[in-house]
Write a new protein. Structure first.
Length: 179
């Protein structure tokens, strides 16, 4: 009987040690996915991944169904609602700091502003964009989890207020935290 008790004590001690080792590890950085669905009668769709990279959020993936060789604006919008046929339910650009519209890394800009996408000869854009002034998860005012990403029909001119003259919304997807 004492052999069984000793074995149980050893197993319990190993379990506590394993749990305490896990507690000391830093939590993994949050990441999110975005399933882009067509809007405004387009055929534009794709999949994106959002994750922290330095002090910015890195958005990567592919968007297909674009006109070959075309340029398109991509923005984070204030609401995670893509239910309207034209994606107008996503609201305006995400802008918790009340900044003017502009270009990332070139002065003041909305937190939801990102640089334009360019489609290749097959109408596919490889997305490698950054958003600054935002967080992923945690529920703070700058949190983009649960908000929408929109791909627009035209390029962003980075000047026109408040939207960069980006045109119709061709695809919409909600930023969903990965579990």
């Amino acid at each position: 009987m004492s052999q069984i008790l000793r074995s149980a004590s050893i197993v319990a001690a190993l379990g506590v040690a394993a749990c305490s080792g896990q507690a000391s590890r830093p939590a993994p950085a949050p990441s999110a996915t975005v399933e882009m669905m067509p809007a405004s009668g387009s055929r534009v769709s794709g999949k994106l991944v959002v994750r922290p990279k330095g002090d910015r959020m890195y958005v990567s993936g592919e968007i297909a169904g674009l006109e070959p060789g075309s340029t398109h604006a991509i923005h984070i919008h204030e609401k995670g609602d893509c239910s309207a046929a034209d994606a107008s339910s996503a609201g305006g650009h995400f802008n918790p700091a009340g900044q003017p519209h502009g270009q990332v890394e070139h002065g003041a800009h909305h937190a939801g502003d990102m640089n334009n996408l360019v489609a290749d000869a097959k109408g596919v854009a490889k997305v490698e964009a950054y958003a600054s002034g935002v967080a992923l998860g945690g529920g703070a005012a700058d949190d983009i989890a649960g908000r929408a990403v929109i791909v627009h029909a035209a390029p962003d001119d980075y000047k026109s207020q408040p939207t960069g003259n980006a045109g119709a919304r061709q695809a919409c997807g909600v930023i969903e935290l990965a579990l």
